[in-house]
Structure formats: C-alpha cells, structure tokens
Design a protein around this ligand. Sequence first.
Ligand code: IMP
Length: 487
Amino acid sequence: MQEALTFDDILLTPRYSNILPSDVNTESKFTRNISIKIPIISSPMDTVTEHQMAIAMALEGGIGIIHRNLPIERQAEEVRLVKRFENGFIKNPVTVSPDDVVDTVHRIAEENGYKKVPVIDKKGILLGIVTELYYIWPEDKSKKVRSIMKPVKNLVLAREPINLSKANKIIKNEKLSVLCVTDRSGKLRSIVTRKDLEKNQDYPLATKDKDKRLRVGVALGTGNDLLDRARAVAGKGADVLVIDTAHGHSKNVIEAIKILKKDNLTKQIDVVAGNVATKEAVRDLIKAGADAVKIGIGPGSICTTRIVTGVGAPQITAIMEAVKGRGKNTQVPLIADGGIKYSGDIVKALAMKANAVMLGGLLAGTEESPGETLLAGGKMYKAYRGMGSLGAMEKGSKDRYGQAGIKDSGKFVPEGIEGRTLYRGPVCKTLYQLVGGLKSGMGYLGVKTIKQLQQKACPVKITSSGKVENHPHDVTITKEAPNYQNN
Ligand code: IMP
C-alpha cells in the first residue's frame, strides 16, 4: 500500500544562502493568465470571503473568491463592490435614518470611532450629516437625528464620477473632515475622509486588472444555475470563475468547464476547477480546459469528509500526485487548498510545486470575514464553518457535496462542522505574518523566487519524535506569538 504524507510529516532541509528574507520575491501564478504578488487566496466560504475580504486580499497582493451561498444577484453585487472599489472611497459607509435618535449615532461613534455619520432616507438619498458637535451626550440622547443634523443644503458635496485627487482637493480647499459623494439623483454613493487621505496608504502589490480595478474570483456550483450565475458575475467584471465542488474528478465538473469555455459571455474568463487529489483528475481537468486546478480532498480544518466517507488524500501526497498529473502543462497552476495551519505549511506546499495556497481557517477570524465577533470566556472569536456543515448546506452549498436533490435538511449527510476561531484583527496583519514566514523560509533555502523554491527545495520525511521537536516543547508559553498557536 502506498504511503501518504501531509504537512506535519515533512520538513525542508536548509541550504546555503546569501539571501535575506527582504530580498525574496513571492510573486506566483493563480491561473494561466493571472499573477499574484503573494501566493495566497481566500476560500469561497460563507464565513470567509465576501467583498470586504476580497478587497483586502487583492489590495495586499493575493485574491479572494466570493462564496456561492448567495442568490445570484447578491453574488454579482459582491463582485461589483470589489470591482468598483477605489482606494480612499468608502463605498458602504455606516449611515443613520432621520428618525433614528442621537443614542444610535453615539453608539456608532463609540463602536467604530466615526465622528461623522451621514443621514439618508429609505431610498438612499443623502439628507444631511450628524457630527458629535451637534449634540451633547447624554442630554440629547432621545432627540431625533432629523432635528440636529446639518442638512444637505449646507454641505459641500461631490458628485460621481470623481477621482481621489479631485476629492482630496475639495477636502483641502473646503477644510472638510469628510466629503460625501452622491450620484445625480442625490443618492449617497461613498464618503472620503481626511483621516484616510492623511494615512495615504499605498498598496504596491495590489492584484489589479488592465483597467486598474482590483481582481476578484467567484465560486460556482455545477447545478442548473451555473450559466446564469457565471454570466451575472461576468457582467460585473469577475476575473476568475472557480468551479467549487468537493469532488472535482467528476462528469459534472468536466462538463461545467466545457460550458463556461464555450459560452460567449464567459469563455474569456479563466476557470479554476476542483477539488481533486490524484494525477488522473488533474490530467482530466486540464484536458477539459481548466486554467488552474485546486488540490485538496479532506485536509480542511472544518472538514469531516475523510471521517464520514473514508476517502481523501493527505495533502503533501495530493500535491505530489497533482504535479505528476500536470506533467508538462506547467502553465496551469496548482492551488493547494486546505489544511494550512502555519506559515511553514505554505512554504512546504509551494516547495512541493503548488503555485499558491487557499486558506479558510487562517483568515476566518479576521475583521474582513463576514459575521460579527463573539465574546466567550473573555476572548473574541468569529464563527467559522465548513461549506459542508449542516448550517451552510441549508443555505445552499448542498450541491458542493452532491446532495442538491435533498429537500429535507434532516436527510443531509454533512462533511463539515460549525465552530469558531480566535479573532485576529485586520487580515493585513495575518497576511504580513504568513508572507513573513514564507520569506524567511525562502531565506533558509537560499532561493529568491517561488520558481527557485520549487526547483531547489529538498523535503525530508520526519518521524513522530521530529514532529514533537518541531513545536515548542518542555516549556509553558507565557506570551502569545502573532504567528503561532497550538490548540
Ligand atoms: P482550511 O484552510 O484548513 O480551513 O480549509 C479550507 C478549505 O476546506 C476550503 O477552501 C475548502 O476547500 C474546504 N472546505 C470548506 N468547507 C468544507 C467542508 O464542509 N468540508 C470539507 N471541506 C471543506
């Protein structure tokens, strides 16, 4: 019987190096036609990637895949929000209604640190703005916003279309702290704040299309709505279509690739297909037209596929098999999806010749993932669940697990769990640590590029005592490190 290995079973042997982590270049390929400056992709899961995550991922040089537990229009809207994002413009500002009370404004100010809150009516028309200067807390607590706001006629506004340097000029000349941008009908479209301009954050690694818009991917199923969904998101500018199934080596997935590659509205968009774990599967998906293949059957942190079905493939072996299946088609990237617990696992996945990694659990606890933070036992958490968990399947992802025909949720056979993960703050901090670990790993191996990493890394299989030695041992950890948790 063949032996199969996963991340914890191997280590990379150090090599002579005159390369510092700061010298390395982490650029890699996501699909046949799309490069990314950091080889990290956020998973299409309903507790990981909607537009906020996709924007943050693309700004940092990776890319996010919008999950598919959303009606077609909502998923298309998520794509639109990413494609329309412009650094500096806040597209979905927090607003209040004229009938809200000062208490609400005060709470928003306290919770988010926003000093100015726009007031809009039910149709989204801008009516005015409230700032803390207009009320005294708690004296005015129950006063209506309508009675205290600065009305729109007294505001300096900007009208769409407007670029950031123009908005900047207005803010400077008019000495504003916030500028509201409306459309022709007076609907509030975005705000620009002086604070953001002063931060003047630049994103030199951002993943952008030829029109300088952020790139975004979209998850699709193989069901009846495949083409409607694909066309809807293509219409909003989706850059990548990801056929997102638990068993990619199947007739449905192969047909779905062919459908997308034939349709006039989608054929110019790169298609990623998955998930698979064998060489035959990779070969068949590439033959069908896939522009990248996603590898991983059962490694995910929330996944119970291997336990429920007895089927799967430890991830390092799955990547090695996939590389064999890809053969000479090296222009088709392989994405290692699932099971990444530490930055070192990213280095291992790439060293085994994956081109990029897809992360769920490591990103689910960040500010940009969908959902509220939860407080338990004095610690902050965010919900994280498998797309094959009961809750997610009820929301729509049942066809990912071949159970589209089952109406009664009591009859679902789940392949994932629902849980929570520690809150980790903004995703840029997590990415900084992950990319930092990757760069340090490349430094130890004396390689400057991902290609060299793939050519020169020398993996060794380790024993169970080696695994124990890998982690901190024989001490009690007294202070949390930003890149290490062992739970
Ligand atoms: P993680 O990064 O280890 O948390 O794994 C995330 C990956 O697990 C996703 O990108 C999916 O490929 C996979 N996945 C998501 N939901 C489920 C599930 O419910 N069961 C099995 N695998 C899942």
